[in-house]
Each structure stands twice: as structure tokens, then as C-alpha cells.
Ligand binder design. Structure first.
Ligand code: R2B
Ligand code: URA
Length: 253
């Protein structure tokens, strides 16, 4: 799974070529075209699905996918989120494999109101999947791959401590204190789904991992400044890393 329709089509195409699947020479069909909301492609044993921005969008699609996997009697699925994020103290363009999810209150949970009461679901990710994915980083990669916590914020601007949004009532010092607290908690990047993705996949008993590229170092600023070509290039990095795991998985079974 990943945020945008285009990225998930590219990912399906990439996997079809990587695994040398018959789909590599065919035009991929968006299986959820008529929903007009998301995109879903199936190439061989891999389903590639877009989930939009933020937790409610992502958890809606994720639950549909979990149901689909159950109806299809899929054995031992693994779900990856490949995405983009803001990094903490690592060079832009780096890849982070998440070891846990953190919410905006700095708790390792996803807090969801159910029947009028808030439930706290632990945002734990499969440590073996995380380490195996990380172990597949290659010496000749032109980017570094890190393991670390990922904060899932419910907002791109104030929820991520930015100073460049329409609302702002805190100072640069407040922002830096917050980002440094995150860093001290072992957080390496900030995006908008990690804590809920970790919580729901764990609650479903499905192994899962989160692999995100960082677009900037949040300790140095708020704006995403690289040009579109560079960002498009960087967005392929989580695909490359996830692709290595997928290729190895099917090689080993
Ligand atoms: C990263 O990027 C998106 C916001 O621009 C969001 O889906 C996320 O987690
Ligand atoms: N996505 C986010 O949610 N935050 C960033 O800083 C970059 C991408």
C-alpha cells in the first residue's frame, strides 16, 4: 500500500518486471477503477493498493484489503506501506524502515474512539520483517537506509510542528524542542499513517512493515524544496527496498 494511485501503479509495474511476471508486458488494470477513490493492481502474488492521505483514508482501505485477503483465503500475507515522509537528522532522500509507530501525543498507540470511548491500540511492527528489510540494503545504493520510529501525525502542518502553515501559534524554539524530543524517542521520520497502520495490521495478526523515503531533514526546515524529478526519483527508493524483500521472499519459498 502507498499514498497515491500513480505510485502504486508504478510499483505494480516495477514488481511485474522484477519478478518477470506475464503482466510486465500488459497494460495494468485498476481493479477499483469504478470506486473512483483508490487504485488496486494485482501482479502475480502482489496486490498494490493506494490509500490516500492520512489515517481515516488509509484505515478504510486497509480494512477493505484485510477483508479481501480473508475472503480470498490468502495464507500469511505481509502488508507493506511504501511512502514519503519528513526525516529527523538524516539526509533527505534516505529510506527509513519503521520499528514502531508513534502518535501525535508521543504515545506508541493508535487512539480510536469506538462507541463513544477511546481505545488505545499498540503501534507495534514486526521486528523481524523490519530487520530483514533493512538487511537487504545494498552497499552500492546511492542512499542510506535506517531503522527507526515513525510518527504518524494527523496533520501535515501544526501536527508535524511546521511553521509554514496557515495556522501557527508557537515559536521556532517550541518546534525545535518538539522535534528534538521525537529524535530522543528514537523517531527517524514523520508521516501521516504509521501509528494506525502498525496498530491495525498487528490487531489483525498480519505481519507488516513501513518503508518511507524522506523528502527533507525537518531539523533544518519545513519546506520540501527538491524539484519534481528528484522527488520522483526518491519515491522509487521504498519500491526498490520493498521489491528486494518481495523478490527474496518468493525466491526462498
Ligand atoms: C506522507 O505524505 C503524505 C502527505 O503529503 C501523507 O500521506 C504521508 O504519510
Ligand atoms: N509527508 C509528510 O507527512 N511529511 C513530510 O514532511 C513529508 C511528506
Amino acid at each position: 500500500m502507498g499514498g497515491t494511485k500513480y505510485r502504486m501503479r508504478d510499483f505494480a509495474q516495477y514488481i511485474a518486471e522484477l519478478l518477470d511476471l506475464p503482466e510486465k508486458n500488459k497494460k495494468l488494470v485498476n481493479l477499483t477503477k469504478h470506486s473512483q477513490r483508490y487504485a488496486m493492481y494485482k501482479v502475480g502474488p502482489v496486490l498494490s493498493v493506494s490509500h490516500g492521505i492520512g489515517v481515516p483514508s488509509m484505515t478504510t482501505v486497509l480494512q477493505e484489503v484485510i477483508k479481501l485477503l480473508a475472503y480470498a483465503k490468502v495464507k500469511d500475507p505481509i502488508i507493506f506501506r511504501i511512502g514519503t515522509s519528513g526525516g529527523l537528522d538524516i539526509p533527505p532522500g534516505s529510506v527509513v524502515v519503521s520499528s514502531f509507530g508513534l502518535n501525535g501525543n508521543l504515545g506508541k498507540t493508535y487512539d480510536i474512539p469506538v462507541l463513544g470511548k477511546t481505545r488505545q491500540l499498540p503501534s507495534i511492527l514486526d521486528s523481524r520483517v523490519c530487520q530483514e528489510v533493512h538487511s537487504l540494503s545494498a552497499d552500492n545504493d546511492d542512499f542510506n537506509t535506517y531503522i527507526g520510529g515513525t510518527m504518524g501525525a494527523d496533520d501535515f502542518y501544526i501536527g508535524q510542528g511546521r511553521l509554514d502553515g496557515p495556522f501557527c501559534d508557537y515559536t521556532q524554539a517550541d518546534k525545535m524542542a518538539f522535534l528534538n524530543t521525537l529524535k530522543d524517542l528514537g523517531v527517524r521520520n514523520i508521516e501521516m499513517e504509521a501509528n494506525a497502520f502498525a496498530a491495525y495490521t498487528r490487531a489483525a495478526g498480519i505481519r507488516a512493515g513501513i518503508i518511507c523515503v524522506t523528502f527533507l531533514n525537518r531539523l533544518l526546515g519545513d519546506q520540501v524544496t527538491p524539484n519534481k524529478t528528484t522527488l520522483n526519483e526518491w519515491q522509487k527508493r521504498p519500491m526498490i527496498v520493498a521489491g528486494r524483500y518481495i523478490a527474496k521472499y518468493f525466491e526462498d519459498i
